[in-house]
Structure formats: structure tokens, C-alpha cells
Design a protein around this ligand. Sequence first.
Ligand code: FAD
Ligand code: UDP
Length: 410
Amino acid sequence: MTVLSPLKASKKTDYSALLTSRHRPLGGYDYLIVGAGFAGSVLAERLASQLDRRVLLIDRRNHVGGNAYDCLNAAGVMIHRYGPHIFHTNAQRVMNYLSQFTDWRPYEHRVLAAVDGKQVPIPINLTTLNTLYGLNMNSAEAAQFLAARASPDIDIVSSRDVVISQVGLELYQKFFEGYTRKQWGIDASKLDKAVTSRVPTRTDLDDRYFQDKYQCMPSMGYTHMFERMIDHPNIDFFPETDFADVKDTTKYAHVIYTGPVDEYFGHCYGKLPYRSLRFEHSTLDTPRYQDTAVVNYPSLDVLHTRITEYKHLTGQVHPKTSITHEFPTSEGDPYYPIPTPENAVLYRRYEELAGQTSGITFTGRLGTYRYYNMDQVVAQSLSLYGKIAQAMGVSVETEKAHSQSMLAAA
Ligand code: FAD
Ligand code: UDP
């Protein structure tokens, strides 16, 4: 990989020189990949290493990794600049793929929620119920406790329905109503059921946030993993470079676009709504701030949704600790596609337009307007790569076998 200075339109001539001196004099790049997050970096890596394609990878930010970017702050504590990123997956293929570029630190995520003056496990579990209600139930009794409150027979359409059907109105109000309103700026009754379905309800003592087969963090951080991923002679990476800076001044055969799809089309059908966040990072002169990596604040009386303390995630030993408060906002970088029925209809119009536009493929969380986790984006990119490989006559099975043999050899 070659990391180059930001590529601005004003540096057009420098760039032409680069093309002629360092690359195919006439041809330029096979792919221009817009966005160096998981979607763009995985595709850049696959296309460069497996198909010998020349890739120009750009990002308007000054770093690789997209929202998963991590770095040492001024105090030397590793933080996630865009909020906590916890890796979890059930997909062996995703795990095998990423393991080519990083070792892993075992980490199971636990979250507490500040409710009624106490900090209790979320997802709601046996401990949550016993602590909140001053009871000493066993699992069977907790199941009966919830059954007496839940409304299992309602038609489950929205995110509100999901929770009410499982735990009833009171627990919904304590844990979900305020948090969801703050996080999304709308009521849970307006959100697709998939949103709160991400958080299960339990009646046992399991207090892990996820139950996936693989739960771990890249041992040297995400950024290090990304740097290794795109470290290939066929890949040139330009940070601080917007698509607009290069689209008309660069030679490439095809674009892979992982930015917001509506932005690419000049919002021609109107803006797709995204939820943004303001991150307030701080470093404290104490080794430990809170009991778990994340503490959620569902109450509407508190403006932030959660506080993250990174040392739980990274295992870093340091006399200080760094934390981040998250404040959801409607303005700012597009972090979350907002899953509502209206937005899905609007997205489908863009999707149709994208399908009719030649020379460009949209992918990733923003390119396909999907509330995807990191592993889902990796799987989506591997699958897109498989289609490209197949179209070039390289069988996906050959590619799979190749990556497996690479893993065995490593
Ligand atoms: P992104 O990471 O958003 O990358 C897209 C990149 O494209 C960006 O860097 C952007 O700067 C660039 N770009 C956009 N437009 C242009 C343009 N015109 N020109 C140049 N560059 C452009 N997932 C998990 O699995 N576990 C978690 O714990 C988790 N926590 C999260 C916490 C937060 C606060 C957020 C916001 C997300 C979280 N996610 C988590 C989801 C995860 O961030 C995404 O699944 C993943 O990062 C998506 O990768 P991507 O490449 O599709 O998009
Ligand atoms: N949620 C909530 N209270 C919580 C945790 C989650 O209301 O304590 C809801 C909220 O709507 C949130 C959704 O469940 O957006 C999904 O939670 P998750 O932790 O998966 O959100 P993410 O990590 O993607 O921000």
C-alpha cells in the first residue's frame, strides 16, 4: 500500500504525474473505491490480492478504518474516535478472513443501564429483575414475572411492539422508551421492529450483551488491522480525499461507492435520514471510571445515551482512563440509517436508480442504507467480491480455498 497526501482537485497535475509515473501509463486504476471503512477496505484487499486489480482507495477523513477507527489519544490511551466498536460474529468465514490481518484479544461485552438510581444489566436478565424489584426469583419465576406483564399476542410491527410483547409497558418505559427516543429522535413505535430486536430479554444470569460464537477485539486495534489489510502494492490509499476531488480527474474503470447513496445522486429524491452523534471524549486521572465498558442512560433527563470506558475493551494498562459520552443529533456525519417504513421506501427508489447506473456499485452501511454491524459489512463485501470474481471467471470456491490455504500457511 502506498499512503499518499490528500488528493485535491487543485493537485490535478500532481495526480496525472502519479498515474503516469507509478501506474499503467494509459489505463489508470481498475477500481476507484470511495470510503476506507470495512466495506471499502475489504474490497480493496480482495481485488488487489486475489484478482491483481489496481485499486485507488480514498476517504474524505484523514485515516483508514471508517467508523471503526481507533487511535491513541494525547494521554496515550487507545480510544475509538467514533464510539465503541465491539467485534462479534457467528460467521466463520468473516472470522477466518479478518484473522489474516490481526490477532485477537478475547472480550465479551457487558453493559449496565442506569435505571431507578441503580446500575443493572441490559439486556434485561434475572439479575436486572431481582435488583430492580428487590426480589430473589429463580429463572422459572422470572419467566412467570415477565409473562404476567408481557403482551405476547400483539401484532409485532414496530420496535415498541417487540419490547412490550416480551416485557410489558413498565420495563419498556424504564429501559427502551427514553433511550430510543434520544438515540433515533423518534418514538420506538415509528421504528422497524429490527432495531430493538437487537437486544434480547433473558431470564437467566447471562449478562453478556452478545451471544455470538466469536467475541473478541483486534489485539492491536482496528486501525492496525486495516493498515495491514490495505498494505498491498496494488492499492494506493489517499486520505482526506473526497470523491468529488477525483471523479473527473482520475482514470478508473469502475467505482465502488461506500458513502451515502443519496449524496451520490445529489439527493435527487430527497435526503435519506441518518442519525448522527456528537462524541465528547475525556481523559480522567484515575485508572478506572465505571464497572463495564458501556453504561447506558435510558432516562430522558440525561442528554447522553451512553458512556464508554475503552480500557475494558482494549485491556490496556494505563494510570489514566478515557471515556466518551454519546449525544445523538440530527446534524453531522451520517452514522445510523434510520429504519422506518417511509425511509425504506425512499431508499428503494435510490436502490433502483443505482441499479440503472452503469460503472458504479454501491455497498456498505451507507451505500445500501442498512443498519449493519461490522461483521455483516465484511460478509457483504466478501459476497460482492465473490460476484466480481465470478464475473471474471474466477470461481468463488477457488477464492475460498485460496484464503483457507493462506490461513493454513500463515
Ligand atoms: P463506514 O465505516 O461509515 O465507512 C465509510 C467511509 O466512507 C467513511 O470513512 C467516510 O468518510 C467515507 N466516505 C463517505 N463518502 C465519501 C466521499 N464522498 N468521498 C470519500 N470518502 C467518503 N458494529 C459492530 O459490529 N459492533 C459495534 O460495537 C458497533 N458499534 C458502533 C458504534 C457506533 C457509534 C456506530 C456509528 C457504528 C457502530 N457499528 C458497530 C457499526 C459499524 O461502524 C459499521 O458496521 C461499519 O463501520 C460500516 O463500515 P462501512 O465501510 O460500511 O462504513
Ligand atoms: N436500546 C434501548 N435501551 C438500551 C439499549 C438499546 O432502548 O439500553 C434500543 C435503542 O433503540 C437502540 C437499539 O435498542 O438503538 C439497539 O441497541 P444496540 O445496542 O444494538 O445499538 P447500537 O450499538 O447499534 O447503537
